[in-house]
Design a protein around this ligand. Structure first.
Ligand code: UDX
Length: 409
């Protein structure tokens, strides 16, 4: 995403990956991920962007290297820095050969202190040079949402530049000058924490409204009206107050776990983060409770699932709320039929046999009850009349069902 979007701003980009298949795809202007408008940029700006598996070729011919590798979770929830380490060592070996200034920018989400205490020593050790004197070091987090990442990159709310040295700070500011957005200049660790704190706060808003939502449901109140009423307060703001079955995806779950783990390791009790996660863990199972209100014994009943991805407009199923729901349904002996416009192939890798995957959303309607997990636009056009629908994502049209239950409304 960084490569493609900066290519649009006329920078010459060389993407490096150890995966030959991804490199070939980029060189053939094919996007290696499902992301709106990305392929169009690769095509339109193909003169500005190429990919290689060769670090030397990339670093010899460039002035800045952005580290954009993944930082997944270890089994205990802590951050896994293996890819950061591997790439930092390879970059350092190339910096060693350069007789000019080069800047390394950490873009991956990393626990505060990582650039300073982990990346910098690796770069210095393997290059034999000094950070801030022989080469530059900065941290520049991204705040992109999957599915609209191109748009988020090109129209950010703010740009955060954490720099070790003034020269890197100035050069990065020039890279982003045409974005005409506020630039927040910080040190390395502050930039890292801004990213974590932002993700945690957004997840907090969702878990909070979900908790309020379960209380609202009990009283018979529409949580969406409550959220609208709260959202007009500028100090609160309406965004990320859509209640439902909780947050999933590639960022919130792993980032919250990593920060919680880091705090615990350092003897700080992360009371708030812990409970944001707890609320999110119970939230999807509310749908099963609501289902059982109407079909107490779901054994051998056919349950239709609409949506498998963690949110619409992506094929990503990482930490999708569909997973705990499917797990529970299987445990209770239900027959599952499911449809998703993009995520079936990924879900099939997790559940190859226990689910019947449908070719379109209409097929899912031929079930004893329907669970709405993801708010894909096409689910708004279905005819739900006469059905039992348990809605996790507030698809208004589904209210026409014979029996309709919303998760928090
Ligand atoms: C998130 C952050 O928004 C982004 O800034 C960061 O860079 C990466 O993580 P993303 O994971 O792509 O982006 O999705 P997002 O749109 O934030 O949604 C995350 C999850 O929260 C989804 O499961 C979504 O369904 C859920 N959500 C979001 C709600 O349940 N209610 C809301 O009001 C908003």
């Amino acid at each position: 995403m960084t490569g493609a979007c900066l290519a649009k701003y006329n920078h010459k980009i060389i993407c490096v990956d150890i995966n030959r298949e991804k490199v070939d795809m980029i060189n053939n202007q094919k996007s290696p991920i499902y992301e709106k408008n990305l392929e169009e940029i690769l095509k339109e700006y193909k003169e500005n962007i190429k990919a290689t598996t060769n670090y030397e070729e990339a670093i010899k011919n460039s002035e800045i290297t952005f580290i954009c590798v993944g930082t997944p979770s270890n089994n205990d929830g802590s951050i896994n820095l293996d890819y950061i380490k591997e790439s930092a060592i390879e970059i350092a070996k190339q910096i060693k050969k350069l007789d000019r200034w080069h800047i390394v920018v950490v873009k991956s989400t990393v626990i505060p202190g990582t650039s300073e205490k982990f990346v910098k020593p690796l770069l210095e050790k393997y290059s034999g040079k000094k950070a801030g004197i022989d080469f530059g070091l900065a941290m520049n987090p991204e705040f992109l949402r999957e599915g609209v990442a191109v748009d988020d990159f090109l129209h950010p709310d703010r740009i955060v530049i954490g720099a070790l040295d003034e020269k890197s700070n100035e050069i990065l500011k020039k890279i982003y000058k045409d974005f005409s957005k506020p630039i927040i200049e910080t040190n390395l660790s502050e930039a890292e924490m801004i990213k974590y704190a932002s993700n945690c706060f957004l997840a907090t808003k969702i878990s909070f409204i979900n908790e309020i939502g379960t209380i609202c449901k009990l009283i018979g109140i529409d949580t969406y009206k409550v959220a609208d009423g709260m959202g007009y307060d500028k100090r609160i703001c309406r965004a990320f107050l859509n209640s439902g079955i909780g947050w999933g995806g590639s960022c919130f779950p792993k980032d919250l776990l990593a920060l919680k783990n880091y705090a615990e390791k350092n003897n700080i009790k992360p009371y708030i983060i812990e409970n944001i996660i707890k609320r999110n863990d119970v939230q999807p199972l509310i749908l099963i409770d609501l289902l059982k209100k109407h079909i107490p014994d779901i054994k051998n009943k056919t349950i239709g699932i609409l949506g498998l991805s963690f949110k619409p407009n992506t094929d990503d199923i990482r930490y999708s709320r569909s997973i705990p729901i499917v797990k529970k349904l299987i445990k209770e002996g239900a027959k599952i039929i499911a449809y998703d416009p993009q995520a079936i192939d990924n879900f099939r890798k997790l559940y190859p046999d226990q689910i019947t995957y449908c070719n379109d959303s209409d097929e899912v309607l031929k079930s004893d009850a329907i669970l709405i997990i993801t708010e894909w636009d096409e689910f708004k056009k279905l005819d739900y009349t006469g059905k039992i629908v348990i809605d996790g994502r507030r698809i208004k049209e589904a209210e026409k069902a014979k029996i309709y239950e919303g998760a928090c409304w």
